[in-house]
Design a protein around this ligand. Structure first.
Ligand code: ARG
Length: 461
């Protein structure tokens, strides 16, 4: 074991267990490219400001080129005893360029360095996740287009409520995920300030230019308070909160896929690529991917809760607790990405069963509201009275074991003598869904309009 980089005041090296608990390399090596970008910007600025020489900066930049190549081609010699990616990169730079490497850390601390890297990483991850959401939306919109006129039961309390169209149902998820998309981009905008130059916690006496490094790294501006810069992790917290909400939407859709794939519902069937079998029951076709999306949504919420717990009672400024922020954040993004990709694949390929959906929609007196509305419109009944009359008709139908549409005109007139033959026109599920043309309503015409707008927004034409 060699000397640690703080070895100046230490006589002994850390115990193995100390090294193990302290090392973050296995996690934060994923920020290697961000670390190099941050160091490049910092060194350029130091040389621009005359804090290091032009030649030292040239050497540092050339050395970082090589480090980056080694990282990319897999030859970089990682050393866990150096704790994290920051020390690994700097130590390797020293091996390559010698003395100038020692000047790179002037006016910088790992405290501002790590959170600069972390913000850069999170910014990119948010962008990537938002793109994946866009892909899922595309899949949903195309299936909605295909099923703009497919009738299915709409539920409240999981009891049949009114007929809706499958296209409308799928577009509900497009709306939800579009808010998720904007939440992620809000997070990316808000996090986009540079902590670099905050140094350990108090700023530095060197004449640095924080605007210059902020701009080089694509940040909108430097953070205004050095203590805040090194301590704040709300950018990660809100990103995980946004992921957790987005995953909640995926989970609701996953739950519907599970329900719809059951023999009892039989509204849909996942294809072979998105199902698993049972080792004992040959007939089984299990929706495992959907179930896992459902479970993983909660894991993401757990990563959020873990990070919130790590941060909530930390006095300012940096404490090592903040090292575990990356583990949680990376896990949350990885989990989310997998869930979105699985959901996109399922939606692209799932086979809907329109006949079964239609048959289910016709059960459970789903057009009772249409009947009540007809009584209001055609006979001028107040809605409350129409509701009551319809309730009685449902009771009659239930008693006879038939659907509303199967009652005779005589049955109907016994309950209300004003009812005419024309009532039967509104009792089909198609008529019911088609009549709901209010803005945002379920009628196939409205769904087609929304599909067209979404295709345009998503660039699907
Ligand atoms: N590996 C550390 C982290 O991820 C880097 C910052 C270390 N700073 C310190 N003062 N020990 O947080």
């Amino acid at each position: 074991k060699g000397q640690t980089m703080w070895g100046g005041r230490f006589a002994a090296t850390p115990s193995d267990i100390m090294e193990e608990i302290n090392a973050s390399l296995d996690i934060d090596r994923r920020m290697a490219e961000e670390d190099i970008a941050g160091s490049r910007a910092h060194a350029d600025m130091l040389s621009e400001m005359g804090i290091i020489s032009f030649d030292d900066n040239e050497a540092i930049q050339a050395g970082l080129d090589q480090v980056l190549n080694e990282l990319r081609d897999g030859t970089f010699p990682f050393r866990r005893e150096l704790e994290d990616i920051h020390m690994n990169v700097e130590a390797r730079l020293k091996e390559i360029v010698g003395e100038p490497a020692g000047r790179l850390h002037t006016a910088r601390s790992r405290n501002d360095q790590v959170v600069t890297d972390f913000r850069l990483w999170t910014r990119r991850a948010l962008d990537h996740s938002a793109r994946l959401i866009g892909g899922l939306q595309g899949a949903l919109v195309l299936r909605a287009e295909e099923h703009a006129g497919t009738i299915m039961p709409g539920f409240t309390h999981l009891q049949t409520a009114q007929p809706v169209t499958l296209g409308h149902h799928l577009l509900a998820y497009v709306e939800m995920t579009s808010r998720d998309w904007t939440r992620l981009s809000d997070c990316a905008n808000r996090l986009n300030e540079s902590p670099l130059g905050a140094a350990a916690l108090a700023g530095t006496g060197f004449p640095i230019d924080r605007d210059m490094t902020a701009e080089a790294l694509g940040f909108a501006r430097p953070m205004a308070n050095s203590l805040d810069a090194v301590s704040a992790r709300d950018f990660a917290l809100e990103s995980l909160a946004a992921l957790s909400i987005a995953a909640t939407h995926l989970s609701r859709l996953a739950e519907e896929i599970v329900l719809w794939s059951s023999a009892q519902f039989s509204f849909a069937q996942l294809t072979d690529e998105w199902s698993t079998g049972s080792s004992i029951m040959p007939q089984k076709r299990n929706p495992d991917a959907a179930e896992l999306v459902r479970a993983k949504a909660s894991l993401i919420t757990g990563f959020y809760a873990g990070l919130q717990g790590a941060v909530k009672a930390l006095p300012l400024a940096y404490a090592k607790d903040l090292q575990d922020d990356k583990r949680l954040t990376f896990e949350a993004f990885d989990t989310f990405d997998l869930c979105v990709r699985a959901m996109t694949g399922m939606i692209e390929t799932i086979r809907f069963k329109p006949e079964n959906m239609r048959a289910a929609a016709a059960k459970g007196f789903s057009t009772a509201t249409d009947l009540a509305d007809w009584l209001v419109r055609e006979l001028g009944l107040p809605f409350r009275e129409a509701h009551h009359v319809t309730g009685s008709l449902v009771a009659v139908a239930e008693g006879k074991g038939v659907d509303l549409a199967d009652l005779t005109l005589a049955d109907m007139q016994e309950v209300h003598n004003g009812i005419t033959e024309a009532v039967f026109d509104v009792l089909t599920v198609e008529a019911s869904a088609s009549s709901r043309t209010s803005y945002g309503g379920t009628s196939p015409v409205r769904v087609a309009e929304q599909v067209a707008q979404w295709k345009q927004r998503l660039g699907l034409e």
